[in-house]
Design a protein around this ligand. Structure first.
Ligand code: NI
Length: 205
């Protein structure tokens, strides 16, 4: 019966169309948020809060906790000094944005938390950060302290073996925390410059 056959073809076409639309929406939704894993982080914002307490050591060797920075908005970025691209690019972008914001930016505390404390000792962080805005503070610690900070921020970091050692895969977004320590939003890697500056101005209040 041709009619039945056409109904069957029609049904299959409808199923294919629905699958195509769903795939397109998921793909678009995924891509708008930049590096995939940051989306997972952002969607968890409604659950337990992002951010919170940490106990680490700054690049001058001084032990610090999140309480030391309370009262100032923070821009928190996880990375490592051997990073070939994402970290230097992000720190360069932050350096440029601090300059653009002018004196207002003095109130912002930028924290660069290493996900590779085995190599990123405080002196290594200090050396590395010489290439960027001097207001950026590098934080290291024991592996346990770093893992706790990564978990508090619902960030992601994984060691990837390479031919001559290892590299680190990690969350590429910058977390913006307000002066009361509450997570506000993230600046994604390669985010539009005007949007990134607007987010920084908002968290500065
Ligand atoms: Ni990196």
């Amino acid at each position: 019966m041709p009619v039945l056959r056409w109904i069957r073809y029609g049904a299959w076409a409808a199923v294919c169309l629905v699958l195509f639309v769903v795939a397109a929406i998921l793909l678009g939704w995924w891509q708008t948020d930049g590096p995939g894993r940051t989306r997972t982080v952002a969607t968890e914002a409604g659950g337990s809060p992002i951010g919170g307490s940490f106990a680490l050591v700054d690049h001058t060797g001084k032990p610090v906790t999140d309480a030391d920075y309370r009262g100032r908005p923070m821009a928190v970025f996880f990375g490592f000094t051997h990073c070939p691209e994402v970290c230097p690019t992000t720190l360069f972008d932050i350096t440029t944005r601090l300059k653009t914001l002018g004196p207002e930016a003095d109130r912002l505390q930028v924290l660069f938390i290493t996900v590779d404390p085995e190599r990123d000792t405080p002196p290594q962080l200090a050396l590395y950060l010489q290439s960027f805005d001097p207001r950026i503070v590098g934080l290291s610690g024991t592996r346990e302290q770093i893992n706790a900070a990564i978990a508090a921020y619902k960030a992601y970091a994984k060691r990837i073996p390479t031919e001559n050692g290892y590299t680190m895969d990690h969350t590429a977004s910058v977390y913006l925390i307000d002066a009361e320590g509450r997570f506000r939003t993230m600046i994604d890697y390669h985010e539009d410059e005007a949007a990134a500056l607007a987010k920084l101005r908002r968290v500065l209040g």
